[in-house]
Design a protein around this ligand. Structure first.
Ligand code: I85
Length: 366
């Protein structure tokens, strides 16, 4: 059997791309101002661009508009977000425009407007304060549905944090959705398969394997989010704030966190076990999203005990620390992405060397 050569390898990539091309969003080239009024009201600042309020001229309704300077990173964000957009727990993309603005090519992404604000703000604002473990389970299930959807599409979000989880509206019957694909990564993208020509019959699992680390980064974040939902503070925090401290890095690396009383005293063992599975330090041992979706606490979320939690009160009391908690989570995610990317490159190097030596050996044998 002939080893697969470069053109065949790129055909393989094309296969992946066509499967990925579920996103049939066609970019509009006409000026967005033909179709929308853009307001001055800024809703938030993303990694790659700002989000402002806008109104459709056809239905007069409010939408959210994300303005990105056109570049490969922005294109990837839009592409991956479009692809994921069919999930009921991912913020939906309505339109994408490519316009020139101040001599600068821009991508303008019109999204449904999430009017309910951020997840933890809503928990903090609860008047009655009686946020329960069962409600926490219902929230985790919504987030996990979104993550499962992404992982099935081989997309790792890599920036799962409280600020990216928004409610559709205020009041009852709102649903929670995930946004910001600025760090999302396609595990099957050309970059991750850009290796010297090899035959798929001999491909070492490590070559196809490293995609796992991107996804396991999402599970770690889910573990951190679930921990905060159940008590109001994060499992790891530095004593001084500011840059991620050496002490905090060590605690994260070695998985040193506890379930302190009184906040955790009445939380179910099932919840604690699930957190432990998501916060395993070795990504190989960590639960996958499919394991999580099969977990009793998630599947039977309507039967989780209605134990009142301390979360709302802690969030209110520690209100001024919340920004710091969010900043810390942002920094740990950045560290994690770099670490996992390095790990992946190292694994690929080793795998390539193994394959290359295998090929040389086979060439000699013949
Ligand atoms: N609606 N991370 C924090 C927001 N609707 N928000 C962030 N990256 C994004 C902002 C900074 C997330 O990609 C973000 C992105 C997209 C949104 C977004 C999408 C759709 C919203 C950065 C609101 C909102 C909140 C409360 C009230 C209202 C809107 O942020 C409203 F004005 F409607 F009442």
């Amino acid at each position: 059997m002939e080893p697969m050569m470069v053109d065949e390898a790129s055909r393989l990539d094309d296969d992946f791309d066509s499967r990925a091309a579920v996103c049939v969003m066609n970019t509009k080239m006409n000026p967005i101002l033909d179709d929308y009024f853009i307001s001055d009201n800024v809703l938030g600042l993303g990694i790659n661009g700002k989000v402002v309020e806008c109104f459709s001229k056809s239905d007069q309704r409010k939408y959210a508009l994300k303005v990105l300077r056109d570049c490969p990173k922005a294109k990837r964000e839009v592409e991956l977000h479009c692809r994921a957009s069919s999930c009921p727990h991912v913020v939906c993309i309505i339109d994408v425009y490519e316009n020139v603005y101040h001599n600068q090519k821009c991508l303008l992404v019109v999204m449904e407007c999430m009017e309910g604000g951020e997840l933890f703000q809503r928990i903090q604002d609860r008047a009655d304060g009686a946020f329960t473990e069962r409600e926490a389970a219902a929230i985790m299930r919504e987030i996990c549905v979104a993550v499962q959807h992404l992982h099935l599409l081989n997309i790792a979000h890599r920036d799962l944090k409280p600020e990216n989880l928004l409610y559709t509206k205020m009041g009852e019957n709102a649903s929670l959705k995930l946004t910001d694909f600025g760090f999302a990564k396609d595990s099957f993208s050309k970059e991750s398969l850009q290796t010297p020509c090899y035959t798929p019959y001999y491909v070492a699992p490590e070559v196809l394997g490293p995609e796992k680390y991107d996804k396991s980064c999402d599970i770690w974040s889910l573990g951190v989010i679930m921990y905060i939902l159940l008590c109001g503070f994060p499992p790891f925090y530095s004593n001084h704030g500011h840059a991620i401290s050496p002490g905090m890095k060590k605690r994260i690396r070695t998985g040193q966190y506890t379930f302190p009383n009184p906040e955790w005293a009445n939380v179910s063992q099932d919840a604690k076990e699930l957190i432990k599975g998501m916060l395993r330090t070795d990504p190989e041992e960590r639960l996958t999203i499919f394991d999580v979706m099969k977990n009793k606490w998630i599947v039977q979320y309507t039967e989780v005990p209605q134990t009142p939690l301390h979360t709302s009160r802690i969030l209110r009391e520690e209100g001024d620390l919340w920004q710091e908690v969010q900043d810390e989570m942002t920094r740990s995610l950045a560290t994690m992405r770099v670490d996992y990317d390095t790990l992946q490159i190292k694994t690929l190097d080793n795998a390539n060397n193994t394959l290359l030596s295998k090929r040389r050996k086979r060439a000699n044998d013949h």
